[in-house]
Design a protein around this ligand. Structure first.
Ligand SMILES: *Cc1c(COP(=O)(O)O)cnc(C)c1O
Length: 433
């Protein structure tokens, strides 16, 4: 399917005149339509809830859009919990699915009344010691080990991942939690990332529902929610077939009817913690071509770099690029599109067929709405970009300003001579001037 940016060249030029590139831009209309589709796909389950994975796009303005649909938030750190606190999310609107968790973060999650999802059996003692009790509602993360196969082949290898508990530990953990006062139990598993098959959630649901029935029959412990976590993918490449959330929801419903209902467990809530599927396609990184270079290959240098979008450098991920205004021009040039980092993996595209790019052209890098801005960093002294929301009425709203040199120097406040003057230049006193 041809990938279309959600903004035109004219719109982008107008926004870039006010907020210089690079910046991430998000499409409110697309986000809302997708939230509706997710709600509808699982409407058959009375207590369904999506807990948006905050790490994908930790911006309170975007999180507030999710709140309009009754969604909660999946957090794994104090800062993510604080974002929830800031927008008024409390109690069972918060899922705390962390691992290697510091004590004070468990305490914070508990203070907000969030649901704690334990990554390991040893965390039962750790949590009890930290907060002085076991919460009434608690969840455990399962790792089935081995290789996880679904209909379209082997997709990942849970046996090599650090997350979750073995089945034996899981059964033991529920017993321990019950003995120490827990009343409502959840089961969570996250096995595969960016799946491109409608079968992943239904297959995972079958695994987890079967486990729920076994647990009930063997121990009498009743699970009250099954959390399918994240992992539903998006079509990064034009040739990728998009997941259909309606088909996915229906697949989970069939598994529910076949496994849970006959076992007398028909009141179990389904939770999800999607990040990528909720946001990736509804964000783009807008960047300007500022240089071209002809050596052994043809390079286009842009004003964004891997500090703004790490996925290509980190995973070799494909992100589609559209040269705005040249949507229908022939892709008869082969370029490496590169950022400025002193790292040779700072390449948004390698040997990519694109229309001829001229300096000043605006490039729209697709699908940066999840795990884009949020993975940003300051290597090479690069500053994090702005985030802009393209509202439904077409207005561009700044939802996070770009970092300035002052932000970069802020953590030297232990060393005032290096502090920045208000005009953004360095205090030269250190240099004896
Ligand atoms: C990252 C993460 C998610 C979201 O994953 P996506 O692939 O973005 O859907 C959900 N739950 C947990 C515990 C995670 O770590």
């Amino acid at each position: 399917m041809k990938k279309q940016p959600f903004i035109t060249k004219e719109q982008a030029q107008k926004i870039a005149a006010e907020y210089p590139t690079p910046f991430h831009i998000y499409d409110e209309k697309g986000i809302r339509a997708n939230c509706e589709a997710v709600k509808k796909a699982f409407a058959w389950n009375r207590n369904f809830k999506e807990y948006f994975a905050v790490k994908a796009t930790p911006n309170p303005f975007l999180m507030r859009i999710m709140q309009d649909y009754g969604f909660g938030f999946d957090c794994s750190s104090a800062a993510e919990l604080a974002l929830c606190e800031a927008i008024g999310a409390r109690g069972d609107d918060i899922m705390f699915s962390s691992n290697e968790t510091p004590a004070q973060e468990y305490a914070y999650a508990d203070r907000l009344g969030g649901i704690i999802n334990l990554d390991d059996i040893t965390h039962i003692d750790f949590l009890e010691k930290t907060i002085g009790k076991i919460p009434e509602t608690i969840s455990c993360r399962f790792n089935p080990g081995g290789v996880y196969e679904i209909a379209n082949g082997i997709m990942d290898n849970p046996g090599d991942s650090k997350y979750g508990m073995t089945k034996a530990q899981l059964f033991q953990a529920y017993g321990m939690l019950k003995d120490r006062g827990a009343k409502n139990f959840g089961l969570h598993a996250f096995l595969v990332s960016n799946t491109t098959s409608n079968d992943y959630y239904p297959a995972l649901a079958r695994t987890l529902f079967t486990l729920v029935v076994e647990l009930y029959k063997e121990t009498g412990c009743r699970i009250s929610f099954v959390n399918l976590s994240g992992g539903v993918g998006v079509p990064y490449r034009p040739e990728d077939v998009p997941n259909d959330i309606a088909v996915i929801g229906e697949g989970v419903r069939i598994a529910y009817e076949e496994i849970l209902v006959p076992a007398g467990l028909s009141d179990i809530a389904i939770y999800t913690e999607m990040g990528r599927f909720m946001m990736a396609p509804y964000g783009g990184l807008l960047t300007t071509a500022i240089h071209e270079k002809h050596i052994y290959k043809e390079y286009i240098g842009v004003d964004a770099c891997a500090a703004n979008l790490m996925r290509p450098a980190m995973y070799g991920s494909y992100h589609h690029i559209t040269v705005l205004g040249k949507e229908d021009a022939p892709c008869d040039h082969i370029y490496d599109v590169v950022g400025s980092l002193c790292e040779n993996n700072d390449k948004f595209a390698i040997d990519r067929a694109l229309p001829e790019i001229e300096k000043g052209d605006l490039l729209f890098i697709h699908d940066t709405g999840a795990h884009g801005f949020s993975m940003g960093y300051n290597y090479n002294g690069r500053l994090r970009s702005a985030e802009i929301l393209l509202k439904e009425d077409g207005e561009a709203k700044l939802i996070r300003r770009a970092e300035t040199m002052k932000d970069y120097f802020a953590t030297f406040d232990c060393f005032p001579q290096v502090a920045m003057l208000s005009d953004g230049t360095a205090d030269r006193r250190l240099a004896g001037e």
